[in-house]
Design a protein around this ligand. Structure first.
Ligand SMILES: [Zn+2]
Length: 308
């Protein structure tokens, strides 16, 4: 791989999150497009921005995209927004704790079936320290390219591993609207942390989303993204710049994960260091897999930290 000059560090995500939080609207249904309502969960953290977006799709009959965290106030707000209308399905992008757990209460209240790629195997739960929902099992498993919907609209499931193995994006075909989950967001880049995160898979999934040519993207955190192709290209370029920075570190004899983090994330708050180390491990693993690590000594990897 060619070593390019490192790009400047982007604005730290926690600073962006603080500004987004100020504008957040919790507990109320926001109509953000025809037939599309967002209910924002009050679970703002470093890695969730202002909180999780739960989307209600439809008018007379609804689908829920990403139930969100198991918070009573959030479930109550979603049910309030549903306002007694029938719910045909609950789609889950992936089983991080800020996305799937409210499916239990929403299913109990609406009777709707749950849809997702699949639950997390026990072996995967055993090797991660991330906040995962080990209990979620969808009623209906959706594979890559499978379609659901009514006669008026179609949603295509896109399997997009990388951030998380069972991550799905949902493409509302007739409107070119892509529910991008955590895979592509406008407010921040996405954490890819081994062993459940995988950078090669993440980049392949970016290509899959680019091929959809969506007109609008609705991520699970942060605002709508109105130029999806540009955002996907921007994130790809950012990841490659980071990759070059990390390989450049190796070329300068900086090989320990902690030292690489200190070199490329110079003003990182302590609480974000563990996640940054996970991100660096993802790059080192990817370099090893693709043969880009020729100048690197073997750097041991270990399980990831908290969910970013
Ligand atoms: Zn996630």
């Amino acid at each position: 791989m060619t070593v390019s000059r490192p790009s400047p560090n982007p604005v730290p995500s926690h600073i962006v999150a603080q500004s987004l939080r100020k504008a957040a609207c919790y507990g109320k249904a926001e109509r953000i497009a025809p037939g599309l309502v967002r209910v924002l969960a009050e679970n703002a953290k470093d890695y969730t921005g202002p909180g999780t977006n739960t989307y209600l799709l439809g008018e007379d009959r609804l689908w829920i995209i990403d139930p969100g965290p198991a918070m009573d106030c959030h479930v109550a707000a979603v049910l309030d927004a549903i306002n007694g209308r029938p719910v045909d399905g609950i789609c889950v992008t992936h089983t991080h704790m800020d996305h799937s757990p409210a499916a239990v209460a929403l299913q109990a209240a609406t009777g709707a079936a749950t849809y997702g790629f699949g639950g997390l195997p026990p072996a995967a739960v055993a090797v991660t320290e991330e906040d995962v929902d080990a209990d979620f099992r969808p009623d209906v498993r959706l594979g890559d390219g499978e379609r659901i919907g009514s006669g008026r609209w179609t949603v295509e499931a896109l399997h997009t591993p990388g951030h998380f193995p069972n991550h799905l994006c949902f493409h509302l075909v007739e409107r070119g609207l892509l529910f991008s989950g955590d895979h592509v967001m406008g407010w921040s880049t996405t954490a890819v942390v081994p062993p459940l995160g995988h950078l090669g898979a993440y980049m392949d999934s970016l290509d899959k989303l680019a091929a959809v040519s969506a007109r609008l993207m609705a991520p699970s955190h942060g605002p709508l993204v109105d130029r999806p192709a540009e955002r996907i290209a921007e994130i790809r370029a950012h990841r490659m710049a980071r990759h070059d920075q990390i390989l450049d570190c190796a070329g300068r004899g900086i090989v320990a994960v902690a030292d690489i983090v200190a070199a490329i994330y110079p003003d990182l708050p302590d609480r974000l260091v563990q996640a940054a180390q996970g991100q660096v491990r993802a790059h080192l693993d990817w370099a090893a897999e693709t043969g880009d690590d020729a100048p690197l000594p073997l750097v041991p990897t270990r399980p990831a930290g908290a969910h970013p």
